[in-house]
Write a protein of this length. Structure first.
Length: 634
């Protein structure tokens, strides 16, 4: 248990130290040392607990619960103060509602509760701990170099790096607390801490746009927080002893007792995972510095949302409420993938791609069969690694060329060859065989066939998967296109940035090589312990995928040596006389400059058109689910 407590407490201690240390060199060293220790202990949890099954640890409840209540009140008052300061009336109203629910719970419900097994670890917790401890810590190290460049490029932004790193490590601490807590009251505290951390980090620059987007994220996540608080009050009403506040006990109680809190908490997960109709907050979060985007998308905020829904999958499985949650995820996957086609802003493409993949994870978790839970966990793993790599690569490119527009990344293989190869591998990890995202989709298609209304989900997955091929392929084509006068601008990137990028690239490839081992050691035992059944990968399929991986890697790795012996030819423009600077003789003797651009199909896949449709559709599904849930309660 000591290592679990360390992973929760140590990042918090590091966060406080980073808040008080003002000297840049000391702060940078402290970030790196803390990240290294967190990564090492995260790996230790794997080696210590991978074959032990679920372990539960008793921790004193009454003493800790009082501290938890005080922290929650402090967070609520802090949000209330900022809401009044910035005149955000909706945030003020929502936090007052949540504060009222917390006060009611503390006065009338908490005294008789005696939850015992408050901390736990199982294979799913280990997977999440590795994502948080390795990827989250790596992003923190990357931010050391990035934030210095960020402030040089944005002198108008006040340098608040002490607050920045404090929030990053508080975020990491909160996520460890969330995935190791078996007590829902404790989970709720860490849940709210992630909301506050994201709110402050999104508004880091304190520009009007950043403040507005931060409050947008806050408001939408407060809606989920209110639902979570409602679940706690409901549980206290049906079980005053508090046994059902332990997650394992609640899941074991079955649908009759657990469906209402499971659906309310899953709604909180939908808001935190930024599924439609709440997706706008995650897109707005792109205004934050790139490490914040990477942290939110890969290892913290949105992963908390899908984690909690996957955790309650056994309760949702076979229920109409679970089917509605799955349909919200499925339509989010389809529509967000389509919106990504119309985006040329690289961070927006990554944002909508994240929303889409989170939707697919929730679709799997909502149906909740053992095969789909396997697919959902595999999707979480590969999405975390590949998406963090892509965000950090985009941030590096933006720092060097001054743009995050995909059209400006033409010829990146010439200008920034190493980064281009890393981006190519990251993009390949999202949709090409044999990378895990595609493997998970194959399994999901097979599992959806046997699920209720399976044909709907198979159709959504087929169309959504095809759409992802389009927007990722467009980006790939831009990166590896050759421009006539590309100037190499890859120099002067700080060493910690290179270290993190190499680490994430290596992890993307490594996890593709060992995903059968990950499945057999972590995912399959977890699924077996929950359902009594599990799914396994056929050995022949594994061999084929390994061979495909080596064949696939030939292309990106060969790009590093494209100059060796290469023969450069002048551009060919269908017989038109062409100058070396890419100009050609057009009609009427006019000299024109050639240009290449992707299609974005804005008239069909525009953000305003599809986002409105998705919001209306998913909001309607939520209202249907709320009506059904009200019927169950009454």
């Amino acid at each position: 248990m000591i290592d679990l407590v360390f992973l929760i407490v140590f990042p918090l201690i590091a966060a406080v130290l980073l808040l008080v240390v003002s000297k840049d060199s000391i702060r940078d060293a402290l970030v790196k040392i803390s990240a290294l220790l967190i990564g090492i202990v995260s790996l230790m949890t794997l080696f210590l607990y991978y074959n032990t099954g679920a372990l539960y640890f008793p921790v004193g409840y009454q003493q800790v619960s009082q501290i938890i209540f005080l922290v929650e009140v402090f967070l609520a008052l802090f949000i209330l103060y900022l809401g009044i300061k910035y005149r955000k009336s909706l945030a003020v109203v929502l936090i007052l509602v949540q504060l009222g629910l917390l006060a009611y719970f503390e006065m009338f419900c908490s005294e008789a509760l005696h939850a015992v097994q408050n901390l736990f670890i199982d294979q799913l917790s280990i997977i999440m701990a590795l994502i948080i401890g390795i990827i989250g810590s790596a992003i923190a190290v990357y931010a050391v170099g990035y934030m210095g460049t960020y402030h040089r490029n944005h002198p108008e932004v006040q340098d608040r790096r002490r607050t920045f790193f404090f929030m990053v490590f508080l975020f990491i601490s909160s996520m460890f607390g969330l995935v190791f807590s078996n007590n829902l009251i404790w989970v709720f505290l860490f849940w709210e801490l992630t909301t506050v951390c994201s709110f402050i980090l999104i508004g880091y620059s304190r520009s009007e746009e950043a403040v507005n987007n931060a409050f947008l994220a806050l408001v939408m996540n407060l809606l989920g927080g209110i639902a979570f608080a409602g679940a706690l009050i409901y549980l206290a009403g049906i079980d005053p002893s508090g046994n059902l506040f332990e997650i394992n006990q609640l899941i074991s109680a079955g649908q009759a007792l657990a469906i209402v809190p499971a659906v309310l908490i899953s709604f909180a997960g939908i808001t935190k995972a930024a599924l439609m109709p709440f997706s706008s907050w995650l897109v707005g979060a792109m205004v934050a510095p790139t490490p914040v985007s990477a942290l939110l998308h890969s290892s913290t905020m949105v992963k908390a949302g899908v984690y909690i829904i996957v955790r309650f999958s056994p309760v949702l499985s076979g229920s109409f409420e679970g089917l509605i949650i799955a349909m919200i995820g499925g339509f989010t996957f389809l529509l967000a993938s389509a919106i990504a086609i119309s985006q040329s802003n690289a961070k927006k493409v990554l944002a909508y791609s994240t929303i889409a993949n989170l939707g697919l994870i929730v679709a799997c978790a909502g149906i909740g069969t053992y095969k789909l839970v396997w697919a959902a966990i595999m999707l979480i793993i590969f999405h975390a690694i590949a998406k963090s790599l892509l965000f950090l690569c985009v941030g590096t490119v933006e720092n060097r060329i001054g743009s995050k527009d995909i059209e400006d990344m033409a010829g990146l293989i010439v200008r920034m060859p190493k980064i281009a190869v890393m981006m190519f591998i990251g993009i390949a990890g999202m949709f090409l065989a044999p990378f895990g995202m595609l493997i998970s989709k194959w399994v999901a298609i097979e599992a959806f066939i046997d699920a209720p209304f399976g044909i709907i989900f198979v159709t959504i997955l087929a169309f959504g998967g095809s759409i992802t091929v389009l927007f990722w392929s467009k980006w790939m084509g831009k990166i590896i296109s050759i421009t006539q006068y590309g100037k190499r601008v890859e120099g002067n990137i700080r060493s910690e940035k290179w270290f993190v990028l190499y680490l994430l690239t290596s992890l993307t490839v490594l996890v593709c090589l060992i995903f059968p081992l990950i499945s057999s050691v972590l995912i399959e035992p977890f699924v077996l312990s929950v359902y009594g059944f599990t799914t396994r990968l056929a050995q022949d399929n594994i061999m084929i995928m390994v061979m495909m991986l080596f064949l696939l890697m030939i292309m990106p790795l060969s790009m590093l040596f494209y100059r060796n012996g290469a023969k450069e030819l002048p551009p060919y423009m269908g017989g038109r006389p062409t100058t070396p600077d890419m100009k050609f003789a057009g009609s009427m003797g006019i000299v024109r400059e050639s240009s290449f651009s992707n299609y974005y199909f804005e008239q069909y896949c525009g953000e305003s058109r599809l986002l409105m449709a998705g919001t209306g559709l998913c909001l309607g599904l939520i209202l249907i689910g709320a009506t059904l849930l009200l019927g169950v309660i009454v």
